[in-house]
Design a protein around this ligand. Sequence first.
Ligand code: 2PG
Ligand code: MG
Length: 428
Amino acid sequence: MSATRIASVTGRRLWDSRGRPTVEVEMTTESGASGRAMAPAGASTGTGEAVDRRDGGGAFGGFDVTGAVASVNEEIAATLRGMDAADQDGLDARLIELDGTEDKRRLGGNALIAASMAAAHAAAAALRMPLWRYLGGSDDSLLPLPEIQIFGGGAHAGRRVDIQDFMCIAVGAETFAQALDWTAEVYRAAGSLMAGAGKLRGVADEGGFWPAFDGNEEALGYLTRAIEAAGLEPGGQMAISLDIAASEFGRGGVYRLARDGRDLDSGAMIDMLKGWLGRYPIVSIEDPLAEDDPKGLKAFTDAAGAAVQVIGDDYLVTNAERVRAAAAGGICNAVLVKPNQAGTLSETRAAFDAARAAGWGAVVSARSGETEDVTIVHLAVGWGAKQLKVGAFARSERMAKWNEGLRIADALDNRGALPPRTAFPWGR
Ligand code: 2PG
Ligand code: MG
């Protein structure tokens, strides 16, 4: 008997934060340890992502996953049984080979990522280690700097505004706990400002306030005022981070800003964003141009990338090859790392390693459709990723992750210290 040899693999259908079916995989080892993981789901997806297997048809809007769960219980279980849960690379390679498609659509990216992450949980449990430590963490590991949504938008808020995520980053915080304390105050202040202006309409998919704004830029004014109202110095202590998610409203070099009632070409988009950089304390911008506009992405990075983090999400889709090519071409300077975009943990790790090798930033990220699964927090700490994006400071699928970070912090010698400011583009 080997402690980490896989004895059983079970798939089940559970529900995600949007009330849609999702896949959970539970894996046991011969020593009786078990681990489980659930697949998240995106709404603003890049075209190069691993594809979830969904049933289609009338039930649950076509989002049902009985086929993906069957993939787990039949082919995946039969293949993984007897393999070593601690051999992540070997096991993921078998999963990729078994699926046999370019984008994992046969067995389903949702089935594969849940199985791949469940193996890491099972191996860690069999070795009696917390997952973050099993993944490479040590007593002096650092916690990632949180990037936290205050207003939602885009595909996560019925396109009420075009821009998708208005977030804040506690650039002046020294510990993970302090970053959360400050963010809690900003989130509260933003809610009060919205209520005072008669604009409070509940929350969007990731828990950020529903963006009842008259234009995209109005949200930036509110966010800056919320930082001030929380008693924090905009830029010095709390800065702004945006996910433009431009692939959602830009195609073929035309960007249709429905909320502002205008169409921009790539150059005008860049000018608009540069204007925002001049007027608001923004330190990070994700997907400023669309995935089909690498020239625009490069032009933006050339213009702003020395001072601002430019994150590729839809264009890079957590793919190591794409990260290497984009780094060589100077197309952005950081990558969003989403395990389910890649489809297995080892491919996710490869994309993260490629970013590190290029001297890039890397932000481990949740999806807009989430669950109580906290694997990404362990990945960020264990791998030494310096940033974590999880959505807002509300809704338990988000808070589960922030709270898990606080628990991990308690186990560390430094009690949850963040990387020094000089580790980030805005501190250099
Ligand atoms: C993103 C994510 C999270 P989605 O675009 O970065 O905000 O959204 O999961 O819908 O792709
Ligand atoms: Mg994004």
